[in-house]
Design a binder for this molecule. Structure first.
Ligand code: MV4
Length: 493
């Protein structure tokens, strides 16, 4: 096993990885930008190396600085977390060339899955269903028209180098195809410096369900069930759960999707942890979308229902150990759900809300898991993703996990900045959400008409206690003055 590992990331995911390192007796090296000198991930690490300016293009994205920090500290391996350099094939290749282990798949597997058209053809060869469409990028509007007629409208145009919804256009009628192709191509060019676009049949009102896979360097690979990620806003996930309410009653479909995910990953020569994304329609038909070649933000819900530590397995696999888990050893127990707590204001267009966390009281107790990257007194920088922490819960049933998360959100008080904790209380109270009737358009339909959570007298008391506790921890006499929503006016005085 490694003696020392560098974590090329920040925030909650850097902290998550360092927790695994600590438990395994491995030394940790943090890297930090100028504004992150006092960040939690730096305080948790055994050693830390400054890597430059606040802009990630001057620090967390600079390959040479990360490699130099590893060499200088004697770190044998680099964990990239998610985002930043985590799915950068050139970075993985540079690690390989420098004799530093990249904790993830090979650079060639990243490359193969990074191109969406190449990923589609790999999946198809493996027998994994893909939406009807092309495996090559389109060469003209006329070609697009011919294929669209074959597969039928609506269709969707997607950037071959894309992801995250950029360079994507839904087209409902032939009249709109040419202009949409131009728009998609130019957006693709601007975002990814490649104007390549391909076409797929548009799957209507699908669920977004993804399968976690785990494989070693000797050809052993298993899946760890699914995560339901249909609740998204502008291609950003907001709340995730495992299992999927849709698959919970369809074990055969889960097996089929699991096997299809493993087959697609195998086709790329994949090892380490990865995620295969699918769209699933109401009939239960499923289609390969893309593969994420990194540890994902929402990995805790899988860990909670399987009891398997994905980060520890990432480290063992990267160090050359064989996977000792077999598919028949994996069982899914209970239900897990995770809220992404962001420094943002849902009542103000989800505007980021950086600034100092003046008071902080967090949830605990039965079935709660908190992955946080912040502390009281920390000033949330505006330069990065505003994810503060992930509040996850586990319980035997879905209804119980919803109630548990509601309780945990009521115990949570974050003062000084706006966060989306009340938004989650609104969402968890929604009847359709509680019924598990989810699809990728759910949030857009629900949000404008949402019913605000009404705080009962008991909840107000619980919130007040959380705020008072946070203030006491600060050794001030009065509760903190949070930037609070109008729904809590009159509270916390
Ligand atoms: C689709 C689709 C419908 N049909 N592909 C959005 C992000 C990118 N990863 C793929 N996306 C979609 N691809 C076909 N053939 C609908 C979406 C989509 C979506 C997918 C997952 C989660 C949320 C979404 C929101 C809008 C559109």
């Amino acid at each position: 096993m490694f003696r020392k590992v560098l974590v090329a990331n920040r925030g909650e995911i850097a902290v998550r990885v360092m927790r695994a390192l600590r438990e395994m007796g491995i030394g940790s090296v943090a890297v930090y930008s100028d504004v992150d000198r006092n960040a939690l991930h730096v305080r948790m690490a055994d050693e830390a190396v400054g890597i430059g300016g606040a802009a990630s293009s001057e620090s967390y994205l600079v390959v040479d600085k990360i490699l130099a920090a590893a060499q200088q500290t004697g770190a044998e391996a680099i964990h990239p977390g998610y985002g930043f350099l985590s799915e950068n094939a050139a970075f993985a290749a540079r690690c390989e060339q420098s004799g530093i282990v990249f904790i993830g798949p090979s650079s060639t597997a990243i490359e193969k899955m990074g191109s969406k058209t190449s990923a589609r053809s790999l999946a198809k060869q493996a027998g994994t269903p893909i939406p009807p469409g092309t495996e090559e990028s389109l060469s003209s509007a006329d070609e697009a028209k011919i294929i669209a007629r074959e597969i039928g409208y609506p269709v969707i145009l997607k950037a071959a180098a894309g992801g995250g919804g950029k360079g994507m256009r839904r087209v409902d009628r032939e009249e709109d195809l040419e202009a949409a192709l131009r728009d998609a191509s130019s957006e693709a060019e601007r975002s990814f410096r490649s104007s390549d676009v391909y076409i797929e049949k548009f799957i209507v009102r699908p669920r977004h369900i993804e399968i976690q896979v785990l494989g070693d360097q000797y050809g052993n690979m298993i899946h760890l069930g699914e995560r339901e990620c249909s609740i998204q806003r502008r291609h950003q996930k907001v709340i995730e759960e495992a299992p999927s309410p849709f698959l919970a009653t369809r074990p055969d479909l889960r097996n089929a999707m699991g096997n299809a995910a493993v087959a697609a990953a195998r086709a790329a020569g994949y090892y380490n942890a990865g995620t295969v994304e699918f769209l699933v329609d109401e009939s239960g038909a499923f289609y390969f979308l893309e593969m994420n070649t990194r540890l994902q933000v929402e990995h805790p819900v899988t860990e909670l229902i399987t009891g398997i530590d994905l980060v520890k397995w990432q480290l063992r696999i990267a160090a050359g150990e064989a996977l000792t888990l077999r598919q028949q050893d994996i069982s899914l127990r209970g239900w897990a759900m995770e809220c992404r707590v962001y420094a943002e204001d849902p009542d103000n267009g989800f505007l980021p809300s950086p600034g100092e966390i003046t008071a902080l009281s967090v949830a605990s107790g039965p079935g709660i898991r908190l992955d946080s990257g912040v502390y009281q007194g920390w000033k949330v920088p505006l330069e990065y993703d505003p994810l503060l922490m992930k509040l996850a819960a586990w319980a035997e049933t879905r209804a119980e996990v919803v109630a548990r998360l509601e309780r945990a959100l009521e115990e949570t008080h974050i003062g000084g900045i706006r966060t989306n904790t009340e938004f989650f209380l609104d969402l968890l109270g929604d009847e359709k959400f509680r019924n598990g009737a989810l699809h990728t358009g759910f949030l857009d339909e629900w949000f404008p008409r949402r019913k605000r959570h009404e705080f009962s007298a008991l909840e107000m008391q619980l919130l007040h206690q959380s705020a008072t506790l946070a203030a006491t921890e600060r050794k001030t006499s009065a509760p903190s003055q949070p930037a609070r929503s109008k729904w809590k006016e009159g509270l916390l005085r």
